[in-house]
Design a protein. Structure first.
Length: 62
């Protein structure tokens, strides 16, 4: 099972460029930094903490 890398904020629908611009809760609700700050790092859907989405590492095969 992998994270669903959503590409827009669920609140304002702003496009999210990469992991640096996305915050998620344990249910993968996804928000931009501005909305996350306004919501005080709390998911409006589940009440859980919003944290920066982890980045997906690119594997190099040798």
């Amino acid at each position: 099972m992998t994270l669903e890398m959503k590409n827009k904020c669920e609140r304002c629908e702003k496009k999210l460029k990469d992991h640096l611009y996305a915050y998620i809760c344990v249910y993968e609700c996804t928000f931009c930094p501005d909305c996350t700050k306004e919501m005080k790092n709390t998911c409006p859907n589940c009440g859980g903490e919003l944290v920066r989405r982890p980045r997906r590492m690119v594997r190099k095969f040798v």
